[in-house]
Design a binder for this molecule. Structure first.
Ligand code: CP3
Length: 354
């Protein structure tokens, strides 16, 4: 493998010294880019983009060809796992992801099994290898998965972003059934992330997009506990380098201390917390990634630069910060505002790295 030309993102995740603050954006390859919309049209659908290593490579590289980003993220989706488990993922225009079958009956739940990653999810690891070859050491490649809790919300509810009443009812009435789903899913996520690492992913991120919907105690029991298990089962080194991990619970700002104890190298933060305060709370245990509100990218380059300066000052002097959005970039973002953000991070942050 070619050596990495820019490893600043990997070093920041390990809280090592860097000359500036590295930056990437959640959903950086997506609908706000006209070239992405063109590729999706050519592929026919979002899932065909994910399932073709050629297309996945093409769209992963699109934001890197436009902007001086410090990391690439595999183009795929967290819902590849429930799809591989046989639930039938589909997308309806303008409505987000849905499943043909849901996991609610005891008999279906007890039949749930870890899919064969090497066959059912081979299209993902093939994409990772091909993207690594295409990157040729430009920047590190991030692999990812959903958290067991977040994947289970889709499997039980059949769709995302609901009030989660069906899965919460299961959590409180039949915790044994939900724990069975979470356990099988955690085993799957561990094997899936390790397969991505073996194929060339140089860091991994676990997206717990719906962890923030849980109560204080339920978060520990149904989400955090499983992420901790996954982190402890991850391959820690590959190609003679550490493979750092990032845990991101959207809406999880109240539980940062507990997240810092998972063993992950870094925590993702949404925009509801102050980076400076979060840094004091987690101390030297983890690096922090975040946390600009993606809605700021709907404003003007001047407003974006002001917010970048504020966030960098909030984190303060020293390493251990990866600049990112607090959640995915919206499809309505003018591409020039994303560029203003990335350039401002590089220009302003060097004074915090002495
Ligand atoms: O960050 C990246 O650029 C990598 C690719 C990536 C996608 N999804 C591509 C995608 C990643 C890391 C994800 C993760 C993902 N997918 C999460 C966790 C992060 C988060 O947003 O909380 C979740 C919950 C999903 C499930 C999912 N997939 C949803 C809710 C949607 C609809 C979103 C929307 O904006 O309509 C998707 C589809 C999806 N995944 C798109 C992209 C680029 C849009 C698809 C399209 O219409 O082209």
């Amino acid at each position: 493998m070619t050596s990495l030309k820019n490893d600043i993102f990997l070093r920041a995740l390990q809280r090592q010294r860097t000359p500036y603050t590295p930056v990437w954006m959640m959903r950086q390859a997506g609908r706000y880019l006209p070239e992405y919309r063109e590729s999706r049209k050519n592929a026919g659908s979002f899932m065909s983009l994910c399932q073709s290593p050629d297309f996945a490579t093409e769209v992963t590289l699109q934001p890197l060809d436009r902007y001086p980003l410090d990391a690439a993220i595999l183009f795929s989706d967290i819902l590849t796992i429930p799809d591989a488990m046989g639930l039938g993922l589909y997308f309806e225009e303008g409505e987000g992801p849905k499943f043909e079958r849901t996991l609610r009956e005891e008999s279906d739940i007890l039949k749930l099994a870890v899919p064969d990653i090497g066959t059912d999810l081979k299209y993902v690891t093939d994409a990772v290898s091909q993207i690594r070859r295409a990157l040729d050491g430009r920047v590190p490649l991030i692999g990812f998965s959903g958290s067991p809790w977040t994947l289970a919300t889709y499997m039980v509810e059949g769709r995302g972003g609901t009030d989660f009443l069906t899965i919460k009812q299961m959590a409180y009435a039949r915790p044994d059934l939900l724990h069975h789903i979470l356990d099988i899913t955690a085993q799957t996520v561990t094997a899936y992330l390790n397969a991505q690492i073996a194929a060339g992913a140089q860091a991994v991120m676990i997206f717990d997009s719906w962890g923030g919907a849980l109560s204080h105690h339920a978060y520990q029991e149904f989400s955090l506990q499983y992420m901790k298990k996954i982190v402890s089962g991850l391959t820690k080194e590959n190609e003679d380098r550490p493979v750092p991990s990032i845990v991101f619970t959207k809406g999880g700002g109240l539980w940062l201390e507990a997240q810092a104890d998972t063993g992950a190298n870094a925590l993702g933060l949404d925009w509801t917390v102050s980076l400076g305060e979060a840094r004091k709370r987690v101390g030297s245990k983890v690096a922090l990634q975040g946390n600009m509100d993606p809605a700021i990218l709907l404003s003007t380059p001047e407003a974006v630069e002001k917010e970048v300066a504020r966030i960098l000052a909030d984190y303060g002097i020293g390493s251990g910060h990866v600049f990112n959005l607090g959640h995915g970039i919206t499809q309505f973002t003018p591409p020039e505002n994303a560029e203003a953000m990335i350039k401002a991070v590089h220009a302003i942050s060097s004074k915090y790295h002495l």
